[in-house]
Unconditional design. Structure first.
Length: 209
């Protein structure tokens, strides 16, 4: 089974996904090219792969090929009524989208499935997570990235890795207030190990007008 097919089975109903190769160039539309006009080739490829995957994911919601501009904080500007997220590793780029009538926000993260480097443990792990193995720690890192991508569009609050802690497998709990989400709020962030990657997904259900 391909990674894309596996993700379609794994993700919640209503979430549409597409995958592109970040080592290739894909066509850009409108102002998208301006966003990477001075970028190095690697970054330009990753950006174009993200836009390609995002456009194909949006096709699942009935959209044709459309420009996906860049916001003030370098975030993708989705069509009105749509939420989405883009992630990439060296060899995999994933985009997910959904209608905001079903999901207020979604976030996805993909990391190479390699042990977390020792020098990153202090920055990423809370005290209660320090005993995790390097293999377990990379999954927690990915989970926290997916959580941030989900909450930031709703809160506009920048928060660090230690603002959340893993309480059980696939569950994160906030250790501080983040916007309208209070200290102690828990989130399901399931993890999929596939194709030498750790892929994490988080969703805030509940429609938005």
């Amino acid at each position: 089974m391909s990674v894309e097919a596996a993700l379609k089975d794994w993700l919640p109903r209503g979430v549409h996904v597409a995958i592109s190769d970040p080592r290739k160039h894909y066509p850009l539309l409108g102002s998208e090219a301006d966003a990477v006009a001075t970028a190095i080739e690697k970054r330009a490829k990753e950006f174009s792969a993200g836009r390609d995957a995002a456009r194909r994911a949006l096709g699942g919601l009935g959209y044709g090929s459309l420009e996906i501009p860049v916001g003030d904080k370098r975030e993708p500007i989705w069509p009105k009524g749509v939420c989405g997220s883009i992630t990439h590793s060296k060899s995999l780029c994933i985009a997910v989208v959904a209608q905001q009538s079903a999901f207020a926000s979604i976030g996805i993260d993909a990391e190479a499935d390699v042990p977390l480097k020792d020098e990153l443990r202090k920055a990423i792990l809370n005290d209660s997570e320090r005993d995790l193995s390097a293999a377990e720690a990379i999954a927690v890192f990915s989970m926290k990235e997916a959580l941030f991508k989900t909450l930031y569009p709703l809160t506009q609050v920048w928060f660090g890795f230690q603002s959340a802690v893993q309480t059980s497998k696939g569950v994160l709990k906030l250790c501080k207030d983040v916007g309208q989400f209070s200290d102690g709020t828990t989130f399901k962030v399931p993890v999929l190990h596939m194709d030498n990657h750790v892929i994490s997904f988080c969703a805030m259900r509940g429609g938005m007008a």
